[in-house]
Design a protein around this ligand. Sequence first.
Ligand SMILES: *Cc1c(COP(=O)(O)O)cnc(C)c1O
Length: 362
Amino acid sequence: MDRVFNFSAGPSTLPLEVLEKAQAELLNANGSGMSVMEMSHRSQAFQDIIDQAEADLRDLMNIPDNYKVMFLQGGGTLQFSMVPINLLRNSRKADYIVTGNWAKKAFEEAQKFGDVVAAASSKDRNFAYIPKTTRESFRPDADYVYITTNNTIYGTHWNYKALPDVGDLTLVADQSSNFLAEECNVTDFGLIYAGAQKNVGPAGVTIVIAREDLLGHAPENTPIYLDYKIHADKGSMYNTPPCWSIYIAGLTFQWIKKQGGVAAIEKHNIEQAKRLYDAIDNSKMFKGTVDPEDRSLMNCTFVTGDADLDKKFIAEAKANGLVNLAGHRSVGGMRASIYNAMPDEGVDALIAFMQKFETENK
Ligand SMILES: *Cc1c(COP(=O)(O)O)cnc(C)c1O
């Protein structure tokens, strides 16, 4: 096979088993005589697919009955707008923790809709850490507090056991790049969302998990697609949902279950990330770019300190079947995205290549 190890930050590598299953079912899914791409979203065959996907996700994340699951379009970016439109409902205040580019974009978008402030930020050190907050960091009447649990571009993440203390305020999380990668308590959050294309499937579906009481408060003039309540009431079928992306996400949920669920995936992710970070820390050439205690399990960012050497590394890695290792255009250096589907062989090959490159370029 001529597949490469793909370290892309998103869209990103998918489990080979999922791709093979989709390939096997491409022309005739579940005996329907057609591809999932050709099915009516109103057919029983597709209803079974979306119901199974939701049931498996509820199982994997232990989602309580008073939370709705929605499969929407528009990416993480549309959630930057939908969250404030739907959740700014009493004081119309929201407090954001700005830990990177995506958090900043969400924060700036929300400012269009209400009294939105940055309660904390790690901009002072180029987003290389997760800022500490206390209950007093947040306005007592804020409609919600917003965090980005994994910062895809800078390579930091929140420890789910050390989430900000928001008291009884509603916590909202963009989990786009660590969805189903680390165990989280859904009830710690009022709303969680994640674009699929980092950890669960192709681009085109965004999963929203929201506590029921938060829905139904969008202003009268809200465009119909942007009202969570519409989607929740219609089981994500108000209009044509992204059927194919939901199908692949469903196959990925089944794959995660087969791996032992999120706890087993997290354990594996911790071990895999540790091997890579150890290799960086034990090297004289490569340096990590963020505070070690806040390092992401999904996006490992590192540099040599010499932009030309970084370029050489990225090019030679690519020639060796290790692709998409360039850091985001706003930060440079290297970023190895090692999402759930990255096999151990991929990380081991990267580590071996780093060691070889260091020896050859002393
Ligand atoms: C990729 C990403 C987004 C943006 O997703 P789009 O689907 O491109 O809109 C938002 N938040 C995080 C954390 C991301 O990694």
